[in-house]
Design a protein. Structure first.
Length: 105
């Protein structure tokens, strides 16, 4: 069996990328909100998403997860693109002091 043509492969990648971007763009389309929540988690980053996910494992618990940033992008789905998102719209531009035991490669 021969490999799919380059055109077919590129079309497949384009469709997958488009699908993922549409999923990202759909975030925030919710229009109905509760007036109260059991928990409010601020920041839908690594820790906030994990905590909100764990809290909602109990179906009777209501959780509001607030995120200040915009929707993710197909760029943020690709680890190899991490160098390109450090100074763009996905970066708050905060700096830290030197850490003795962090950022060591
Ligand atoms: C380019 C890059 C590559 C990395 N690669 C790796 C890796 O390969 N492996 C690894 O383990 N770690 C990696 N890290 C580190 C990892 O991403 C962070 O350590 C981790 O995401 C920190 O999680 P956090 O929940 O503390 O903060 P974040 O994930 O930064 O989440 C904080 C969230 O809070 C939101 N927020 C901030 N202020 C407010 C506000 N006032 N109201 C609402 N929301 C707010 C922010 O928009 C953000 O979404 C990488 C980091 C960078 C920058």
């Amino acid at each position: 069996m021969s490999a799919p043509s380059l055109t077919y492969q590129l079309l497949t990648v384009a469709v997958v990328v488009l699908q993922r971007q549409m999923i990202h763009n759909n975030v925030g389309s919710r229009t109905q909100w509760n007036t109260t929540y059991d928990y409010i988690v601020v920041g839908a980053g690594t820790a906030g998403s994990l905590i909100a996910g764990r809290l909602t494992e109990n179906a009777s618990t209501t959780v509001l997860l607030i995120e200040a940033g915009g929707p993710a992008s197909v760029i943020t789905d690709m680890p190899i693109e991490s160098w390109n998102i450090e100074t763009g719209e996905f970066d708050w531009g905060y700096y830290t002091v030197p850490q003795a035991n962090a950022g060591q490669f």
